[in-house]
Design a protein around this ligand. Structure first.
Ligand code: CTP
Ligand code: CA
Length: 228
């Protein structure tokens, strides 16, 4: 680690970043997942590290490797991610970039499911996962001073995202349009709108690295404007 960097504006700050998809088992060999690559969360963790933060990187099974110089906590399911985030607290800031599965399979099997002779497919029963962002946003004592969520939407992006900010109780929401035409999901660029209590700020489309650096700088400015 470059000493000039570890002396940056986030020196001495602990930031938790969640990233990647989660995998929710159906049986020991099958799972439910989503298309998140983990690229934006990984870029963000690296950008925070570059500003001198100590980063706890809680990541589901991503398709890009985790950054160096951060504490990596690998998880699979949303429930494991929640436990890992709780264990990583306290933090000065927490950023929830993971694409957490909304449901897990309540009747997941301990043994591989087999086709049956009648051709009847198995019936999966779903239960809702814990909302990690909402839980951390709404914790009383010990809440990080800054809680940032992401909102991936395919339509009515700004409206859904600002409703999400209020419903969950986080400070900022970083909203992006992931409809298929944009190429953002799985691509190397992102176009985001950052929503806070003061309003919405749309950033021009840029590489996920550039978006990460800009967001990390905004987090540093916010934390340094707030007493420790
Ligand atoms: N999130 C989380 N835990 C969950 C679901 C979501 O921490 N179980 C976080 C995500 O990491 C993201 C934010 O909440 O920062 C918004 O996720 P999103 O899927 O857009 O919101 P949901 O409340 O799940 O709503 P939707 O029905 O639109 O999926
Ligand atoms: Ca969701």
């Amino acid at each position: 680690i470059d000493t000039a960097l570890s002396d940056g504006p986030l020196k001495g700050r602990h930031v938790i970043v969640t990233s990647g998809p989660t995998h929710e088992p159906i049986d020991p060999v099958r799972y439910i997942a989503n298309r998140s690559s983990g690229a934006q969360g990984t870029a963000l963790a690296a950008a925070l590290r570059d500003l001198g933060a100590q980063v706890s990187f809680v990541s589901g099974p991503a398709s890009v490797p985790p950054p160096e110089g951060v504490r990596v906590i690998p998880v699979e399911t949303a429930r494991e991610m929640r436990d890992a985030v709780r264990a990583a607290l306290p933090a000065d800031a927490a950023v929830f970039a993971a694409a957490v599965a909304d449901w897990h399979v309540e009747n997941a099997a301990d043994r591989k499911m087999k086709k049956d002779a009648t051709g009847t497919p198995p019936a999966l029963r779903f239960a809702e996962n814990p909302d990690i962002l909402a839980e951390v946003s709404q914790m009383g004592a010990g809440r990080p001073g800054l809680v940032v969520g992401f909102a991936a939407e395919t339509h009515d992006v700004a409206r859904f995202a600002s409703e999400k900010r209020l419903r969950k109780g986080c400070d900022w929401i970083v909203a992006n349009d992931v409809s298929p035409g944009t190429g953002i999901m799985g691509g190397s660029e992102n176009a985001v709108t950052v929503i806070d209590a003061a309003g919405a700020e749309s950033w021009e489309r840029a590489s996920k690295d550039a978006v990460a650096r800009r967001l990390a700088a905004r987090i540093a400015a916010h934390l340094n404007a707030t007493p420790n």
